[in-house]
Design a protein. Structure first.
Length: 343
């Protein structure tokens, strides 16, 4: 057995008791989220590592994105309520391959940040914050004469979609004659985009912001690919997933989302990204709309892609990163977990 492998298992052996201690306190003593954070000095965050701009790896390997900056806002805003002088640490649990809701429902994390549609939380044993973003289903297609027509019935058209999403439900209802190709798992979005690029799919249906992020990550040209229609087919609001039955923690997260500090973070990641795409947003962080499908998109002015817009975003996300120091390592404990402390 190599020395490197021995060192890795030694690290894992030291960390597993620590994790059991942290999780055991929460489960056995029934502490609230704020009590748990006060006792452990750590916020546990579920975050994607592959989804621009929510959470993705910078060129040097560090996680960056909107969710990283948002949890940093929480750790700063928690100091006074918890009467702490020392900063809080943060553990990052990648949710790329985790079933949605699982980490929050099981109280492994206190916050799961990502493109979680609030509508999908109905009848689920999980709490959800007020909305922090609004988007909707669009078709990612190749530009040109062969592009699909969303106003048709799409009979026989091969349309990719992610299993269990509101996009799948919408397509099954509105386009029953389409040939749906269902993807799942953390790489479903990438496979759907690749299907259109290779010509195996006529279109891939997903939330616009998700497609924009993947287009930017790949450096795809807006001359060759586009999102249609300009006005999304549905209205999806995103919220933070939270452990159930903890109204005090939910209220705290809601206040953070509604704060001026969050507005600056939101503008840094979303407004700048949309500006690069010539999608001008009317208003700041979208948290005060009434939430009905016929009104929430009134806050968005829509326009088509500028030919150079995707390249601009690709360059922007390569340069943009969370201004936080990290200490990161990996270990094995039932499943691989990325453990990151933000100091």
């Amino acid at each position: 057995m190599s020395r490197l492998l021995l060192r890795r298992w030694a690290v894992a052996g030291l960390l597993v008791p620590c994790l059991l201690a942290v999780f055991g306190v929460r489960a056995v003593r029934g502490l609230s989220v704020l009590e748990t954070i006060a006792e452990t000095g750590v916020i546990d965050l579920g975050v994607r590592s592959d989804l621009v701009p929510f959470g993705y790896r910078h060129s040097d390997g560090d996680l960056t994105g909107y969710c990283i900056d948002f949890v940093d806002l929480l750790r700063r805003q928690l100091l006074d309520p918890l009467n702490r002088r020392l900063p809080l640490g943060v553990r990052l649990f990648p949710t790329d391959s985790q079933p949605e809701f699982e980490l929050a429902v099981d109280r492994i994390v206190q916050l799961d940040c990502g493109p979680h549609a609030i509508a999908a939380t109905r009848d689920r044993p999980v709490a959800v914050s007020i909305p922090f973003f609004v988007t909707g289903v669009q078709f990612f297609v190749k530009t040109g004469e062969g592009a699909i027509d969303p106003d048709s019935d799409l009979e026989g058209k091969a349309i990719g979609v992610i299993r269990g999403t509101t996009a799948q439900t919408y397509l099954q209802t509105e386009y029953p004659l389409a040939d749906l190709k269902v993807f799942q798992g953390s790489y479903g979005i990438r496979r759907g985009i690749e299907g259109v690029i290779s010509g195996r799919l006529d279109a891939f249906a997903t939330d616009g912001i998700v497609a924009i992020g993947e287009m930017a990550r790949r450096g795809l040209s807006a001359n060759e690919y586009q999102l249609i229609p300009n006005i999304p087919l549905t209205c999806e609001t995103y919220g933070m997933l939270l452990p159930p039955e903890d109204p005090q923690w939910k209220a705290f997260v809601n206040r953070a989302i509604a704060s001026p500090e969050h507005e600056r973070i939101w503008n840094r990641w979303f407004r700048s990204m949309m500006t690069d795409l010539n999608l001008d947003l009317d208003g700041s962080s979208i948290v005060n709309f009434e939430g009905t499908a016929d009104r929430c998109f009134e806050k968005i002015e829509r326009s088509s892609f500028d030919p150079d817009s995707i390249e601009k975003v690709r360059m922007a996300i390569g340069e943009r990163r969370s201004p936080l120091p990290y200490f990161r390592f990996h270990f094995l404990f039932s499943k691989q977990i990325s453990f990151t402390v933000i100091d």
